[in-house]
Structure formats: structure tokens, C-alpha cells
Design a protein around this ligand. Structure first.
Ligand SMILES: NC(=O)c1ccc[n+]([C@@H]2O[C@H](COP(=O)([O-])OP(=O)(O)OC[C@H]3O[C@@H](n4cnc5c(N)ncnc54)[C@H](OP(=O)(O)O)[C@@H]3O)[C@@H](O)[C@H]2O)c1
Length: 317
């Protein structure tokens, strides 16, 4: 099996290099090797390589900056995935495309399901939704996997920002009214590798859109608190942040609620949808597993921390 991976240096792409490599011949590109903005080269590269599977982990991911760069965001997040999807459809390859909770507006008070109405409220969400639409429109075999609140030991993410700020500041103020499911980049990469294995070329009945996050939910404040609790267990890490009092949290909540115009407090329901194929009949079916049932879908506060601790420890030494 030949697999083409884009975005190999990103938070998820980095982990995908490791989970996809054992599955066959992996051809992994970073931005300098394959620029998503150059759609002509994108087409010719796919045609030259003729992959069985394309995993698109590259994207324009600067959520706030996208407000002023909608054209670029659309090119990378909508046009480029559309080209990849057309090329995949042309050759019968499977396209695995990663999408986001930002396709929703966050007004729902319970976890979002795959078929809930989309309604992006910022340019980034608009561009990612346009990407989903383009992938589906190409009519090929595809998996669109929406995830959320990615954290990783590399790259720009909330976890690393909190750990850095805790070293620099005496006090951290973190909002507690946005709810989501922090998801470890390696979980996504491992789930994608499993899905690639399970989605065989002869099984056509599996395209679709699935939500893929860890189980459980928390606020950014809860996530920060847990991150600092874990980090303080490390030798050499001294977190000086204190937990806000209930009154402070309440004040912060009100202040933030009054000001904010863009909030995406999203819980994506069904943490991992697994496509399984009956070995006897070859019939694929989609399983939606309850929280915790899938061994690689731990509750956010439990599963990945042990490994992450090891990584953080090695980085701090
Ligand atoms: N981060 C989250 O919380 C989150 C949540 C939900 C969904 N997602 C989705 O998950 C996917 C992966 O995100 P991530 O968190 O791994 O993001 P990331 O760390 O920012 O990685 C994105 C990768 O895309 C590459 N890239 C950017 N512009 C490119 C271009 N013109 N041509 C080729 N490559 C380009 C970047 O290259 P450089 O390394 O050179 O910058 C980077 O390696 C994206 O589709 C994103 O929308 C992320």
C-alpha cells in the first residue's frame, strides 16, 4: 500500500509519520516538498505517485489570522483538499481529510453529532467547511474526520502555551465557559492508521464524516489545571499558577461572556467512530463506540498523560 501524507511536520502529521509508516510505502511531504497553495503541482504529484491512500494533515490552521487571510485559508483548506479529492476519485484512492469543530457555531448545549447542522462563525471555520464540501463533491472514497482541541508535545497548542506561561507568570487566567474535548495528536494518528487498515479498496461503503476526539469534556480552565497538576509532578517544573477562587471564576465568566463574539465551545459526540470490516463477508460497518470502549480513546484527563509526561520530562532535562 502506498500512502501519500501531507503536512508531515504538523502536530498530527508528525504523529502520522510514525503510525502510517508500518502500513506500507509512506511518502510524506512537508510544506517545502509539496505546497498546498500550488494546486497544479498538487495534481501532478498525486498522479506521479499514484498512491492508494492520501492523508491530508496539512492545512491553514491560524484560526484568528484567517479573518484577514480568507483567500489564502480558502486556497489551502478548501481548494487544495478539493484537488486531492478529485485526484483520489480519479485513481480510486482513499482520501483521509482532517476537519474541525469550527464548522459548528458552538450554540448547541450538548455534544455535536456528525449530521448536526453546520454553521461556521469565522473565516477558518468557513474555509474548513468549504474543504469538507469539496471533498464530498469529488465523489471519491473519503473519510472526513473532525477533531478538536488538539494538543501535542510539539507545535503551537494550548498545552504548551499554558506550560510556558506558568513558568513566566505568577497568575494565569483561563476561561472556564468554553467546553471541549482535548485530543492528543497521537490518538488521531493512531485512529487514522487503524481506519486506513480497515478501509480496504474493495469496500466502497465507507465514505463519510466522523467525529474523532477523546472521551470526556472539560473547559480550557479545567484543561489548564490538569496540565499544571501533571507538569508539577515533573522534576524541574515549577508551576506557580494558582487556581482561581469560585468568585474570580464567576467574574471572569461574566466578563468573557459579555465581550466575546466568537466562541466555539464544542463537544464532538462519539469520540471515535471505527469502521470495521467483517472478515468473512467483507461487509464494512461503522461502529460508534461509547466513551472508553475503544482502547485508544481514553478520557481526556487520563489516557495520554503518562506518555506526555515522559515527553515533557525528556524535553525539560
Ligand atoms: N490544532 C487543533 O486544535 C485542531 C482542531 C481540529 C482540527 N484540526 C485540523 O487538524 C489538521 C492538522 O492540524 P494540526 O493541529 O496538526 O496543525 P499544524 O500543526 O498547524 O499543522 C499543519 C501543517 O500544515 C502545513 N502547511 C501549512 N501551509 C501549508 C502549505 N501551503 N502547503 C503545505 N503544507 C502546509 C504546516 O506546515 P509548516 O510546518 O511549514 O507550518 C503544518 O505542518 C488540520 O486540518 C486542522 O484543521 C486541528
Amino acid at each position: 500500500m502506498k500512502i501519500l501524507l501531507t503536512g508531515k511536520d504538523g502536530q498530527i502529521g508528525w504523529e502520522l509519520q510514525r503510525t502510517l509508516a508500518p502500513l506500507g510505502e509512506l511518502v510524506a511531504f512537508g510544506r517545502s516538498g509539496l505546497d498546498l497553495a500550488d494546486v497544479g503541482t498538487l495534481s501532478s504529484t498525486v498522479r506521479a505517485l499514484h498512491p492508494d491512500v492520501i492523508v491530508n494533515a496539512a492545512a491553514y490552521t491560524a484560526v484568528d489570522q484567517a479573518q484577514g487571510e480568507l483567500e489564502l485559508a480558502m486556497r489551502l483548506n478548501a481548494e487544495a483538499p478539493g484537488v486531492l479529492a478529485q485526484e483520489a476519485a480519479r485513481s480510486g484512492a482513499l482520501l483521509v481529510h482532517i476537519s474541525t469543530d469550527y464548522v459548528f457555531d458552538g450554540r448547541k448545549n450538548s455534544p455535536y453529532l456528525e449530521d448536526d447542522a453546520v454553521n461556521p462563525i469565522n473565516s477558518y471555520g468557513l474555509s474548513k467547511l468549504a474543504g469538507e464540501t469539496a471533498v464530498r463533491a469529488a465523489g471519491g472514497r473519503h473519510l472526513i474526520l473532525r477533531t478538536s482541541w488538539i494538543y501535542a508535545a510539539r507545535g503551537k497548542n494550548f498545552l504548551r502555551t499554558i506550560l510556558r506561561l506558568a513558568r513566566e507568570r505568577d497568575e494565569l487566567r483561563v476561561v472556564s465557559d468554553q467546553i471541549g474535548a482535548p485530543t492528543w495528536s497521537r490518538l488521531v494518528a493512531e485512529a487514522i492508521a487503524q481506519l486506513v487498515v480497515l478501509t480496504r479498496p474493495q469496500h466502497d461503503g465507507v465514505p463519510g464524516t466522523y467525529h474523532l476526539t477523546t472521551g470526556g469534556e472539560t473547559s480550557w480552565h479545567g484543561f489548564a489545571r490538569e496540565a499544571l497538576a501533571q507538569a508539577t509532578k515533573l522534576a524541574g517544573f515549577e508551576a506557580r499558577a494558582r487556581t482561581p477562587t469560585a468568585a474570580e471564576q464567576q467574574r471572569e465568566h461574566r466578563a468573557v461572556s459579555a465581550q466575546r463574539t466568537e466562541v466555539v465551545p464544542i463537544r464532538l459526540h462519539r469520540p471515535v467512530a471505527v469502521i470495521s470490516v467483517d472478515e468473512q463477508s467483507g461487509v464494512p460497518s461503522v461502529l460508534s463506540l461509547p466513551y472508553g470502549a475503544f482502547p485508544q480513546s481514553p478520557h481526556w484527563a487520563v489516557g495520554a498523560w503518562d506518555d506526555l509526561r515522559k515527553q515533557l520530562r525528556s524535553r525539560s532535562s
